[in-house]
Design a binder for this molecule. Sequence first.
Ligand code: AN7
Length: 367
Amino acid sequence: MAHQWRGVIREYADRLPVTEATKVITLGEGGTPLVHARQLSELTGSEVYLKVEGMNPTGSFKDRGMTMAMTAAVEAGAKAVVCASTGNTSASAAAYATAAGLKCAVLVPEGKISMGKLSQAIAHGATLLQVDGNFDNCLDIARKLGESYPVFLVNSVNPARIQGQKTGAFEIVDSLGDAPDIHVLPVGNAGNISAYWKGYKEYSAPFETANGTLPAVATKTPIMWGFQAAGAAPFVAGHPITEPDTIATAIRIGNPASWDTAVAARDESGGLIEAVTDDEILAAHRWLSAKEGVFVEPGSAAGVAGLIKKHAAGEVPSGKTIVITVTGHGLKDPQWALRTEDGSDVQPVKVPNDVVTVAAELGLEEK
Ligand code: AN7
């Protein structure tokens, strides 16, 4: 029977900290496509799937956590929410605050967020402040506002966010019938790798709820592979970075909030967190759009860049199931598609209003 997806809280209510009385704030997030990546599968000899999180209501995975955070904000009687963001969290917070009828303030690093994300926060009526600093500075201020002022913090240091984001792992297991062997994703503030690992662990063991115990859904947990941008790779350095730098502004983060849980995800799963260069990120961005038909923003391509890099090093097993979360939509930051590999701008060909010339330009001969 046809089923209208109801958003992650209602779909996974028995595994989230909500009750029947909870007033759910949702825009219908989750239920995103798990797309078989034909070319990456052919390259690696494994079955590679893309969890296309750009298909969420505001175009990124942040909506999974934001439905929970905004629901918690309303439950707490908040009148206003605040977040720091490299762009996607602010877009999501602004939209969900609107749905909740709450005021929203967002702090973003000046000049370092994409036009699409900036537009979303403004469109949804958030008060947007560009801070003379980077994301880590913005998060410091947002945390202090949440502690000492009457605003509710909706960054992923709020555990409600991680609860919502863990549903990505549930959906993948529900689609594949079991957990994949390897799960690959970009790492910035490290909330998502923490959330996926939590989700996979909960789905692979009996789960206690208020109404009894749910049986395990998965027989195993995956190995977690996280990838950071080389200029913003604190997990690779082993310590926070004060001046993170990468064209992938979404993951331009030097002092990840979820440090310990990300390290636990890496180590408990037998996984890794490594770095990919901006050039490798842009090559993966092109691969996804030109070979798989999936348009993502640069930061979202870091996981794919990592897989391609590991494959080139002979470190990707064949015959396995591999899922890569591609975290945000290409339309967030479309300018990168208009650049060629050598860095020059793509110039669309101009033609007169005439079929014969257009056919000739397309290399077509009349039938
Ligand atoms: C597209 O929006 O931190 O490791 O403030 O936008 O869970 O932080 C965004 C992060 C990956 C990294 N891909 O995820 C923000 C923000 C995209 C992102 C990440 C982000 P986390």
